[in-house]
Design a protein around this ligand. Structure first.
Ligand code: FAD
Length: 393
């Protein structure tokens, strides 16, 4: 006769950012908690996040920083777990942090400190974590029965914290979405986001020429504008401004790039319109020289400014503020920082993250259709949604 499955109050699948944090919150409430992960290492994405320094929150977190089919869904969890809350925890663990820019908070030393904090919080709360433990089946019968390579486990509550699809080499899978579908929950089509753009033939050749050039720019698409550093790559466009734009971009839509977002280039051109200077030389004073050369070669005649009409100068200025480029697509899940889309928020309680149709089943973190902008917002959603579920599961 097979042994009776071990029983826990809560099983959490996924020992990443949201899973570990939720486990600690549940454990502190006196719940017995088991965390299962198929990877050999917990919180692999947290370790590499923020270039190894983990941009773990943003001082300016607000619902406006998140995309979802239901933009109101994230409000309750964010209101109940704020940047101050995660900073207090970090301070209790004596982890030094700093604000890089625009409210983005990073660890001074390493994201390893942050992961050690999550491990300690779980250990203190009596949480059991089993790594290298693939899950083969989930069944619902008086609670949940989870079948793994290390045996069967039963629980009253089951929390799915398996994250998004990007960076498969770090253990990402579509497991959470499969579980949602198994229980009849709707899923918003997942897409890679916070990801570089790639361009077709001719444009790619142009960007290749510019590979390595970066500048402060603004990109408009999806009715919004993102400002920040823009980097030309061998395949297309990257850097924070491009990654941020990818969150709103829909295939087939052009990007409008403002190469001089903080300057009135028309006024600068008009002031020099009697000069014999060539446009590329003047633009080289305001843009990286290689970009000025390539852009002029593409978009404007090479003639001295005093031979350029006012109308032409106006067109040039407009072109510099709204350079229209049409991406072929994005680099995809291989390099995307996050997955947009996921478990449809209509299916979940915004207070607890519990599935409305399946009492006891919770979804938290990136697997949910809530996606943050660049700058610490995705990890903050992991903490906030984990906290909401951890208070209830
Ligand atoms: C390169 C990079 C840099 C980033 N930098 C930042 C940053 O600085 N700031 C920020 O806010 N966000 C950043 N992000 C995004 C952030 O890391 C994620 O949004 C966040 O980790 C999501 O938390 P999560 O708990 O939902 O998923 P994860 O942290 O990804 O955890 C999911 C866990 O589930 C496990 N799992 C998956 N499938 C299964 C399965 N079938 N069975 C068992 N276990 C499974 C995985 O092994 C993993 O341990 C970055 C992402 C990347 C890829």
């Amino acid at each position: 006769m097979s042994a009776k499955p071990e029983h826990k109050d809560v099983i959490i699948i996924g020992a990443g950012a949201s899973g570990l944090f939720c486990a600690a919150v549940c454990g502190r409430r006196g719940r017995s908690v088991l965390v299962l992960d198929h990877a050999r290492r917990a919180a692999a994405k947290v370790l590499i996040s923020g270039g190894g320094r983990c941009n773990f929150t943003n001082l300016h977190v607000s619902p406006a920083n998140y995309r979802s089919r239901n933009p109101h869904f994230c409000k309750s969890a964010l209101a109940r777990f704020t940047p101050r809350d995660i900073l207090s925890l970090v301070e209790q663990h004596h982890i030094a942090y700093y604000e890089k820019e625009a409210g983005q908070i990073f660890c001074v030393k390493s994201s390893r400190d942050f992961v050690a904090m999550l491990d300690q919080e779980c250990a203190r709360a009596g949480v059991e974590v089993r790594l290298a433990c693939p899950v083969s089946d989930i069944a619902r019968e008086e609670g949940f029965v989870v079948t793994t390579e290390q045996g069967q486990f039963r629980s009253d509550s089951l929390v799915i914290a398996t994250g998004g699809l990007s960076y498969g080499n770090l253990g990402a899978t579509g497991f959470g979405l499969d579980v949602a579908r198994q229980f009849g929950l709707k899923v918003v089509q997942p897409v890679p986001a916070l990801v570089p753009f790639v361009f077709p033939g001719r444009a790619q050749a142009i960007f290749k020429e510019l590979a390595g050039v970066s500048l402060e720019a603004a990109i408009s698409c999806g009715g919004e504008r993102s400002k920040g550093s823009l980097l030309f790559t061998h395949r297309g466009l990257s850097g924070p401004a491009a990654l941020q734009a990818s969150l709103r971009w829909t295939p087939g839509e052009p990007l409008l790039i403002d190469l001089l977002p903080d300057r009135d280039i028309l006024a600068i051109l008009m002031a020099r319109r009697r000069s014999r200077m060539e446009l590329r030389t003047l633009l080289g004073e305001h843009l990286p020289k290689r970009l000025a050369e390539v852009w002029c070669g593409l978009m404007a005649d090479t003639k001295p400014l005093d031979q350029t009409s006012d109308r032409e100068l106006k067109e040039i200025a407009e072109g510099l503020h709204t350079w229209r480029v049409l991406p072929k697509g994005t680099e995809g899940y291989g390099t995307a920082e996050v997955t947009a889309g996921g478990v449809d928020t209509d299916e979940l309680s915004s207070k607890t993250m519990e599935a409305k149709k399946v009492p006891g089943l919770y979804f938290i973190g990136e697997v949910v259709d809530v996606t943050g902008e660049l700058g610490g917002f995705n990890l903050h959603w992991a903490w906030a949604s984990a906290h909401a579920a951890g208070e209830s599961a």
